[in-house]
Design a protein around this ligand. Structure first.
Ligand SMILES: [Zn+2]
Length: 283
């Protein structure tokens, strides 16, 4: 099977239990947050069965991710000090953003999050004993007290607020690169995601919003966010920024934005969607 002919959206079927017999397989090799990549290939692809076997690398752990047509796909974690085999190099997950097909980025994000989750749950958080892997689902279970641990996801909202043809963009106080983006924040226990939008917007910029409209979501594996995107309309209040979180927040006309939003992130998708509708006079 030629990897270049594979359309991940159609051909990848996620799963928990690997088949017992198979003719070929794919391996995503992860070491200390980095992904093993072939030298001199125009686009990233996993190792096939022979490449993995001949790489000489030792797996600390192997996790089945699902089937790609009739071949199982595994992610293997190798020692963080392992040297790359000849003909390969290690690349960060960040470096795949904007360079790789987004479905490849999401697949690698899935692999890395599963590797991280497994590493972080080798011992029980309640009694400290060793855990063992679940048979029927993706979990680890304490061998002593029975507490179970599942891969961790952190749902977050991200919201594009408009006042007529203006949208609210803010600079994060902590970010290394100073650019303007839509507001975002983590969902708290007990909240609906709509309540999170209202709370985060009020906390960060002191505004009330209305007419929330769910837009879509994006997996964001840094380290384990699920971004839930909304449009919202300004309702009332004056901008009053939370200085620990933001260094600035302003209204910008959609055709005079401070920076072109990156189309790889849901923030960019939200802004582009607003611009498209504003240009059609649909706001
Ligand atoms: Zn325990």
């Amino acid at each position: 099977m030629n990897w270049q002919d594979i359309n991940l959206q159609d051909h990848f079927e996620p799963g928990i239990a690997a088949p017992e017999n198979y003719q070929s397989a794919f391996y995503i090799v992860i070491s200390d947050d980095e992904v093993l990549s072939h030298d001199n290939l125009p686009t990233w692809q996993p190792l096939d069965q022979d490449e993995w076997r001949w790489s000489g690398l030792q797996a600390n752990a192997q996790h089945y991710l699902g089937m790609i047509q009739d071949a199982p796909l595994f992610t293997v974690e190798i020692d963080k000090n392992a040297d790359e085999p000849e003909g390969y190099f290690f690349d960060t997950l960040w470096s795949f953003l904007g360079k790789a097909d987004m479905n490849v980025f999401y697949l690698l994000g899935r692999a890395k999050q599963i590797v991280d989750w497994y590493n972080h749950h080798q011992h029980c958080g309640q009694c400290g004993r060793a855990t063992e892997s679940g048979q029927n689902d993706r979990s680890t279970k304490c061998s002593h007290c029975g507490l179970m641990f599942y891969p961790r996801l952190s749902p977050s909202i991200i919201v594009c607020i408009n006042k007529g043809n203006d949208i609210l963009l803010a600079q994060n106080a902590q970010a290394r690169a100073k650019f303007y983006s839509t507001l975002a924040g983590f969902v708290e226990p007990g909240e609906s995601i709509e309540e999170t939008v209202h709370r985060e917007v009020f906390e960060e910029v002191g505004l009330k919003v209305k007419n929330l409209r769910y837009f879509g979501s994006q997996s964001w594996p840094f380290p384990n966010s699920l971004m839930l995107g909304f449009h919202a309309e300004y309702d009332s209040g004056e901008i009053d920024i939370q200085e620990e979180e933001l260094s600035d927040a302003q209204w910008f006309h959609y055709n005079n934005l401070p920076n072109k939003p990156a189309s790889i992130s849901i923030s960019g998708w939200l802004i582009n969607d607003f611009i498209r509708r504003a240009e059609l006079g649909q706001i």
